[in-house]
Design a protein around this ligand. Structure first.
Ligand SMILES: *[C@@H]1O[C@H](CO)[C@@H](O)[C@H](O)[C@H]1NC(C)=O
Ligand SMILES: *[C@@H]1O[C@H](CO)[C@@H](O)[C@H](O)[C@H]1NC(C)=O
Length: 335
């Protein structure tokens, strides 16, 4: 990833006193996903001010939003913007439509620090066949505009694109659409965006997954995987992605965690205390990376606000770091 050469190689002393020199890495930035599925959320410009006042350096939004982009102009906030799933068929089949999307939503907003374009979020089923052609047409448009050194293009996948994730080194992509996507990402120097939720893994398998392993609070190794020792589930899940990437020819492809988080209410393990513990530890943890890739990594916490109109289980509406009136659900520090 030539564009990351500006960041110095770093070395981190591990527990055993070994010094490991690291990959070129992305900067250690914790972003926050700005979901807007609520009827009581603050104005876009108030939200941007809130990111700034909390020192939140990156924002993910799920589709282009002019008011938000205008509020972001002139700030240093890095932006990941989504191409909505329902538009992928169009761009997959029409390069000029993809170029117009880039023109109208990226190039038209001078002064916004666009960093990532997520072409689709958790796309599954037959629609997944549109990911690669849409992504490559959006990427071509970014390259034609000469922005390929500043803006990366990928898609955000669910953890269940993987199979055999225990232990992490066994992991493979089971979703057949992933192979060609990984080739594309490897060859173009783009990362993979992965939504990684230890919370849902824990809820689905409480018999095998201790809560402290999911919350980054285990005091020793919980899972041993050859040379790699895991003390937290987040790292094990990220390394499952890396292990599958490697097997699919993606040795060069970094993982950017495009969503992670813990709900504060509404289901098993969903308490204010657990949510605070998870998210605060995550912010710290992203500085060190995982056993397999012990380098700074980038992640986006889901989500900025509790969103009262999100469908689904009660927990879905309670992932926010903040209430809609902008008060914190619990104290959280970004640096
Ligand atoms: C996952 O792996 C198991 C065991 O290797 C296999 O039986 C199963 O079919 C795989 N599932 C998918 C969706 O590939
Ligand atoms: C991945 O990219 C690297 C360098 O960009 C290249 O050397 C390697 O052959 C690629 N791997 C595959 C499987 O395409």
């Amino acid at each position: 990833m030539a564009r990351e050469n500006a960041f110095p190689l770093i070395a981190i002393p591990l527990l055993f006193g070994v010094i490991v020199s690291l990959f070129p890495s992305v900067a250690s930035i914790t972003g926050v996903c700005y979901g807007m599925i609520g009827d009581n959320l603050p104005s876009k410009s108030d939200v941007v001010h809130q990111y700034q006042s909390y020192g939140i350096l990156a924002m993910r939004i799920y589709k282009p939003d002019g008011d938000t982009f205008n509020a972001l102009k002139g700030t240093d906030i890095d932006v990941m913007v989504g191409v909505p799933n329902e538009e992928l068929t169009l761009y997959a089949n029409d390069a000029s439509a993809a170029a117009s999307w880039v023109q109208n939503n990226i190039l038209a907003y001078d002064g916004v620090s666009f960093k990532y374009i997520a072409v689709g979020n958790e796309v599954s089923g037959d629609d997944a066949n549109n990911i690669l052609p849409a992504m490559s047409k959006i990427w071509d448009a970014i390259c034609s505009a000469g922005r390929q050194d500043r803006i990366m293009v990928s898609t955000a996948v669910r953890f269940d694109v993987l199979n055999n994730t225990y232990p992490p080194s066994n992991s493979v992509f089971s979703a057949p659409f992933m192979g060609p996507i990984v080739q594309f990402l490897n060859n173009t120097g783009n990362p993979l965006f992965a939504n990684i939720y230890p919370y849902f893994a824990y809820v689905g398998n409480q018999g095998d997954i201790p809560l402290d392993y999911a919350l980054f609070t285990a005091t020793g190794t919980v899972v041993s995987d050859g040379q790699f020792q895991y003390q937290n589930l987040f790292s094990a899940m990220v390394d499952s992605m890396y292990s599958a990437l490697e097997k699919a020819g993606g040795n060069n492809v970094p993982v950017v965690v495009s969503e992670t988080g813990w709900p504060s209410y509404g289901g098993v393990g969903a308490t204010v205390q657990n949510a605070q513990t998870y998210n605060q530890n995550l912010i710290r943890f992203l500085n060190y990376g995982t056993p397999r890739v012990p380098a700074y990594m980038e992640g986006y916490i889901f989500a900025m606000f509790n969103e009262n109109q999100k469908p689904g289980d009660e927990v879905e509406r309670n992932f926010g770091l903040f209430n809609p009136n902008q008060s914190p659900v619990y104290p959280i520090y970004f640096n």
